[in-house]
Design a protein around this ligand. Structure first.
Ligand SMILES: C[S@@+](CC[C@H](N)C(=O)[O-])C[C@H]1O[C@@H](n2cnc3c(N)ncnc32)[C@H](O)[C@@H]1O
Length: 179
């Protein structure tokens, strides 16, 4: 009986973190693996550059970038910002096991409020978004306030009223806005 109750409470907690609009205003969907090569290409990984995945989920993008950086012997700073504690646990675990972990920061951060300027030390930075289209404007205002020179890469949805620097079709669309 005790175990059933604990499992039920755990189930409610997981459901809350994944389904509640308060706990996670953007639902969790990982970027499609078949688009990952294009995403990594759009991030334009190079030495002394920072990439922030705004709502990193299970780390699909940040660890694909880490694999690439390690393979190419690049020195990058990769930041996974996430608000869901269960996904944060997954991120910390993957971080612990990844050979490039010294260059990866996992952060409990609300992408709409976190002071990102305090954690970015490189001259250039790219913010990656895969979030609901109606939240992109708010996310864009915050990142431009924090990091005015940030490049933006947006998966699936374009930024409202902004002309992309480049754009491709894949399983889903990908848009880059370089400053
Ligand atoms: C569509 S998923 C994208 C996951 C990952 N970026 C990828 O491309 O595979 C959106 C993620 O944003 C997270 N999220 C939602 N609201 C957030 C917030 N305010 N701050 C940080 N992360 C948030 C969700 O928990 C979810 O993992």
């Amino acid at each position: 009986m005790g175990i059933v109750f604990i499992v039920f409470v755990l189930f409610l907690l997981v459901a809350y973190f994944f389904l509640s609009r308060t706990a996670s205003p953007v639902p969790y969907f990982p970027s499609n693996q078949r688009d990952m090569e294009r995403i990594v290409d759009y991030l334009e990984l190079r030495n002394h550059h920072t990439i922030i995945d705004m709502g990193a989920g299970d780390g699909a993008v940040i660890f694909a970038a880490a694999d690439w950086a390690q393979q190419k012997k690049l020195t990058l700073h990769l930041i996974a910002a996430e608000i869901n504690p269960i996904l944060l646990a997954v991120l910390y675990l993957r971080h612990l096991l990844h050979p490039y972990r010294a260059h990866i920061s996992i952060m409990y951060a609300d992408m709409f409020h976190y002071p990102f300027s305090k954690v970015v030390y490189t001259k250039t930075v790219t913010a990656f978004y895969y979030i609901s289209p109606w939240l992109l404007k708010k996310a864009y205002s915050h990142i431009k306030h924090e990091l005015p020179h940030a490049h933006i890469v947006s998966y699936f949805y374009p930024l409202p009223n902004k002309k992309p620097t480049k754009h491709t079709e894949g399983v889903h669309q990908l848009f880059a806005y370089f400053s």
